[in-house]
Design a binder for this molecule. Structure first.
Ligand code: AMP
Ligand code: MG
Length: 356
């Protein structure tokens, strides 16, 4: 089998890189040069920056954590090109036929996924697989590759979380009908982020920044009371170009955007966040949604869900959730924030206007 690009890159970078430089998106003074480690898995770049601890124990921990992320990718990926035999691809193939045994972590992620689907009224939809298998961005190149309206119409009745049965004791998953399936792409990075944080916090007093493809988790603070400055990506800028900066304490900052995995075919842009009711990439006024809340997986599911809901419904939804804040970037370059985030955000690019 031809090795996927992500695996090749992950292998090349298995020898964890140590780069003694400031994290790109951070500002502010720090006592000494942080230790930074970079790897590539779950289809993205993982960066760990430690602000204390000794270099060799940080390197050992980074290596262990990166290995865990690769393991999660192997078990939970539903990218057919990369992992033909992941636990979840197997479970989706077995849908309507037989149940599938899942490892402990996988069943926990799927169980959380079902709960988050209920919480978001199916805007985050763990059972979106019948659609995401059609919208496979690793193979979408030409107009002819786009799913047909007939294919989408046939997939829509198979989408949902009600017909998924999880047996916690036996650690199995089964589906009511053939063709159903789960896709944890909207929460897996969040799960990994929470795992990284838990492991890093085991070393008491740790101060670190976890970046999983732009999903940020802050651990501790560099100086008592000092906030972290997190850059928010400009959706139409080049990667790393920021719209502004959010100043946050210990938390997670997770963004879903229409620029993350997208293709332009014949002038039309298709991206990876799918409206589970329409079966098409979400088309609303938003370019991105950033969620700020403590749990990284929670933030991950909410950023996807709120993106699907759009500005008005998404804002009303977030305002009902305790401890959850949001930043919306609208296609016309207006930025809308929940009340608690307003004093914490500084716009960095002239082209954006913050709505009062
Ligand atoms: P995120 O970048 O966290 O917004 O997640 C996007 C990924 O989640 C996609 O690449 C799909 O694998 C999956 N996905 C797409 N649409 C949805 C949806 N409505 N609910 C749950 N997962 C989705
Ligand atoms: Mg998400």
């Amino acid at each position: 089998m031809v090795m996927s690009l992500s695996r090749r890159l992950a292998d090349i970078r298995r020898v964890v890189l140590y780069i003694s430089m400031a994290a790109l998106l951070l500002t502010g003074c720090r006592p000494s040069a942080p230790h930074q480690f970079v790897d590539f898995s779950v289809g993205t770049v993982l960066t760990l920056t430690f602000y204390n601890g000794n270099r060799s124990s940080n390197a050992r921990q980074a290596e262990r954590l990166f290995a865990y992320a690769q393991d999660v990718e192997m078990r939970m990926s539903t990218s057919q090109q990369d992992y033909e035999d992941s636990e979840l691809l197997r479970s989706n193939r077995n849908a309507g036929i037989r149940s599938t045994t899942l490892s402990a972590d996988t069943i926990r992620v799927v169980t959380e996924g079902v709960r988050l689907s209920e919480l978001t009224n199916g805007a985050f939809q763990i059972g979106v697989w019948p659609l995401t298998r059609l919208w496979d961005f690793s193979t979408l190149i030409h107009t002819a590759d786009l799913p047909s309206s007939e294919e989408i119409a046939m997939a829509l009745p198979l989408v949902g979380h009600d017909d998924i049965t999880l047996d916690q004791e036996r650690s199995t998953i089964s589906f009511a009908t053939e063709g159903m399936g789960v896709d944890v792409g909207g929460i897996a990075k969040g799960w990994i982020g929470d795992y990284f944080r838990t492991q890093i916090q085991k070393r008491e007093g740790s101060v670190a920044l976890i970046d999983i493809g732009g999903n940020i988790i802050t651990v501790g603070s560099k100086k008592q009371g000092e906030r972290w400055n997190i850059g928010i990506q400009d959706p139409s800028g080049t990667q790393g170009q920021i719209a502004g900066v959010l100043s946050v304490a210990e938390t997670s900052v997770v963004t879903s955007g229409n620029y993350e995995r997208a293709v332009v075919i014949d002038g039309v842009r298709y991206h990876h966040i799918i409206d589970p009711l329409q079966g098409l990439p979400v088309a609303n006024e938003l370019s991105s949604v950033t969620i700020v809340t403590m749990g990284s997986m929670y933030a991950d599911a909410l950023s996807t869900a709120v993106y699907v809901k759009g500005l008005a419904e998404g804002m009303a939804f977030v305002e009902r959730l305790p401890g959850v804040e949001a930043l919306f970037i609208i296609a016309d370059n207006t930025i809308v924030l929940t009340d608690a985030l307003r004093p914490l955000f500084t716009v960095h690019s002239q082209k954006f206007t913050v709505r009062e």
